[in-house]
Write a protein of this length. Structure first.
Length: 721
């Protein structure tokens, strides 16, 4: 997560505080357990009824139960601030590509795990909570899956709508909690898991690894170079260039899906963009799925996930300049480079994969209070969360702040920093509220705990009484999945290159005795606590170190806990569940604009065409059509589309492209007070010669009754030659 200006994060605090204090309530996570449950027999109306007995005989071998599922999680396409750059005027105004949740169920006859990669900026804790609750409410799913064995991971696209955290720090720049977006995400992830479950069948998992050159550079090289020289010398590069890929194939030869982990930020598209997009990882998934004939509307289809890894300090933009808003390869070379290099390497690894995963499936999960965790190797505890002064600067390669409160590298010893300077900077935004909200910055123990970090925003101790006891969650979910000889460490942060290397080594070392020889980091998983830098990187207080919330020993704490989880897998013992975090979803504030009514000119209908296409186009031209329409937030068109490019085939109109195809764009703009203009474009560079037309679908809201009704509009036909 990046920051353009301190103003972007802070200027809404006074307005949200006007809503006053809210009494906190304690929620409860799903406690369903399948740790010791056999696969059992499920309802024969589903496809799994006769699979279990056949797989049990091979438990611990190289045959697994495998299922994949995909579902739409695209949120409101109008007037919702995007999550990632923290730029308050980057509000959604249409769709470039739809966002998807991609789920994989893997079992060995005794236990199962779920891995989900979602096209989201972050995977917030309340999303995991509510997905787990929906799973627990389904008797068929509840016997197999719960919080402990479900891993939800975000790709970290910076071009999706925000407001789905429930915690003040992450929702403030969005104008609060956007329940419509939250519900779309939760339901879509749940539906993808349900589909993966219903598609389970016996199969093989092949693993392959390779490196990608020229796809991401280290944006915090000064901090990286503060790591020990001997450690740096063990690696050939200052970013993790390894792509690890799993290929899922049924015993009948059916290709089920693919997932890979590779470390690069999906921020090739800059903050001036206002169209929803999966950025480089979402586009790479689309290309791979297109190769395999994926049908996004089908309940069973091939699924390809380009998941996130230890990309905390890895940008796609070094060598390309600041990310532009452009959505085409021709104009955005950072986007083209990151998409095609990931896609091409994944194709190569998928097609050449021969090594099979072997062994059992297992998992461990715990909740850890990161405010007070004792770290044995450091002889001290972690700290209540806090964001450092350099947080205000952002990354120099990914939309840096034009006027940071403090520059990168600001430590407690920097001449730019003093307690008074920090207070003065914040007081400029918060005024009289400052003394109420930020008293704990004067606590000597709190400041000392954070060592080199001068805390600018004490997110773990500032009690705003808006939607949670503190501004960010501090009880973190830590999780390890074992799939044969592969381990996945689910980390609730953006993990830097070297932090990821250390964590992978920790997990692999502990699990080596049970055959694990490959480990991956699943970054931004199950919750979100900003960044995870090494102790040495933290000392430099570059952006990533300033955003390492729980103090200088956070990585050591994580290594300690992931080692504990891994040891428990080896010994077959359980770990304590840990403290249960609060459910803050009912304590939220939403100041985002809502649709009151839709209107259009008296002599027009909703769906009427304002600008018709030309009569003919040469291949490679851009077709543009504009309509009178309704607000996109009236209906998200989930598992649908706001547009269809239709071709005349044997006298019938057949849809050929939709709003999830990157050659189309759907743009919404407000005209006057209540009019909406819808502009649809289609790039014909890949079109076959023929006769086409463009259809727009939407919904409009009556100002008299509040009723929301569907409408359609169709352009005149045109030819492509």
């Amino acid at each position: 997560m990046l920051m353009r200006t301190a103003t972007a994060r802070l200027h809404r605090i006074p307005f949200l505080l006007l809503w006053g204090s809210i009494v906190l309530a304690t929620g409860c996570l799903d406690n369903t357990r399948n740790d010791d449950s056999p696969e059992g027999t499920i309802d024969t109306q589903h496809t799994q009824g006769n699979l279990v007995s056949g797989i049990n005989a091979q438990a611990g071998g190289s045959v697994f139960l495998i299922g994949s599922g995909i579902y739409d999680i695209t949120g409101p396409a109008g007037e919702i601030t995007m999550m990632g750059f923290a730029v308050s005027d980057q509000k959604t105004a249409g769709i470039h590509m739809r966002l998807r949740s991609r789920a994989f169920v893997i079992g060995d006859g005794a236990k199962r795990v779920v891995f989900v990669s979602a096209d989201l900026g972050q995977l917030f804790q309340m999303v995991k909570l509510k997905v787990s609750e929906k799973v627990a409410a389904n008797p068929e799913l509840a016997q197999y899956y719960n919080t402990k064995n479900i891993l939800l991971s975000a790709t970290h696209t910076h071009s999706g709508p925000g407001g789905y955290s429930g915690y003040f720090m992450y929702d403030a720049t969005i104008n609060g909690f956007v329940k419509q977006n939250f519900n779309a995400i939760v339901d879509g992830i749940y539906q993808s898991i349900l589909r993966a479950h219903q598609n389970v069948k016996p199969g093989k998992i092949l693993v392959n690894e390779g490196t990608i050159d020229g796809c991401g550079g280290n944006r915090a090289e000064e901090a990286y170079n503060n790591n020990p020289a001997a450690e740096r010398g063990r690696y050939d590069s200052i970013t993790d260039k390894t792509m690890t890929l799993l290929k899922f194939v049924g015993l009948d030869g059916e290709e089920i899906g693919m997932v890979n982990w590779y470390a690069v930020h999906p921020d090739s598209i800059g903050p001036a963009n206002k169209l929803i997009s999966g950025d480089n990882k979402g586009w790479a998934s689309y290309l791979f799925e297109k190769d395999k004939g994926t049908d996004y509307l089908a309940s069973k289809t091939f699924v390809a996930a380009f998941a996130q890894s230890n990309a905390g300090d890895v940008t796609p933009n070094i060598g390309f300049g600041q990310a532009p808003p452009d959505l085409t390869f021709e104009k955005n070379k950072s986007l083209e480079n990151a998409v095609l290099k990931q896609y091409n390497k994944a194709k190569e690894l998928y097609n050449s994969a021969t090594k099979e995963l072997t062994g059992s499936v297992d998992f461990r999960h715990e909740w850890v209070d990161m405010r007070t965790l004792y770290v044995a190797s450091a002889g001290t505890t972690t700290c209540a969360a806090g964001m450092g002064a350099s947080f205000s600067a952002g990354s120099p390669y990914d939309n840096p702040s034009p006027s940071p409160l403090f520059p990168n590298g600001t430590t407690v010893d920097s001449i730019q920093w003093s307690e008074d300077s920090g207070k003065a900077a914040l007081s400029g935004f918060l005024g009289g509220i400052f003394a109420f909200a930020w008293p704990a910055t004067n606590n000597a123990a709190y400041k000392a705990c954070h060592a080199e970090k001068p805390v600018l925003i004490p997110t773990g101790v500032a009690h705003l009484n808006i939607n949670g006891p503190t501004m960010t969650p501090q009880i973190m979910p830590l999780q390890v999945l074992k799939i044969g000889n592969l381990a996945i460490a689910a980390v609730p942060t953006e993990v830097t290159t070297m932090s990821g290397r250390r964590l992978k080594n920790t997990v692999k070392t502990e699990l080596a005795s049970v055959g694990v020889d490959t480990a991956v980091i699943a970054g931004l998983s199950n919750s979100y606590a900003s960044y995870l830098a090494t102790r040495e990187e933290y000392a430099k207080q570059w952006y990533e170190g300033a955003c390492t919330q729980f103090g200088p020993n956070e990585l050591s704490a994580f290594q300690q806990e992931y080692a504990k989880l891994s040891k428990a897998i080896v010994s077959g013992t359980e770990v304590a569940a840990g403290p249960t975090p609060e459910d803050v979803t009912e304590l939220t504030v939403d100041l985002t604009p809502k649709v009151v009514l839709d209107d259009k000119p008296l002599d027009k209908d909703f769906g009427s065409v304002i600008t018709q296409p030309a009569a003919s186009y040469t291949k490679g031209s851009l077709v543009t059509v504009q309509y009178w329409g309704g607000h996109p937030n009236n209906n998200l068109q989930t598992q649908g589309s706001f547009l269809a490019v239709e071709r005349l085939v044997n006298g019938a109109w057949v849809a050929m492209a939709w709003d999830w195809d990157p050659e189309t764009t759907y743009r919404w703009e407000r005209s006057g007070i209540s009019y909406s203009k819808i502009t649809i474009t289609w790039d014909t560079k890949n079109a076959a010669a023929g006769t086409y037309r463009i259809r727009h679908k939407g919904h409009w809201k009556s100002g008299w009754t509040g009723q929301i009704s569907p409408y359609e509009g169709v352009s005149q036909s045109f030819t492509v030659q």
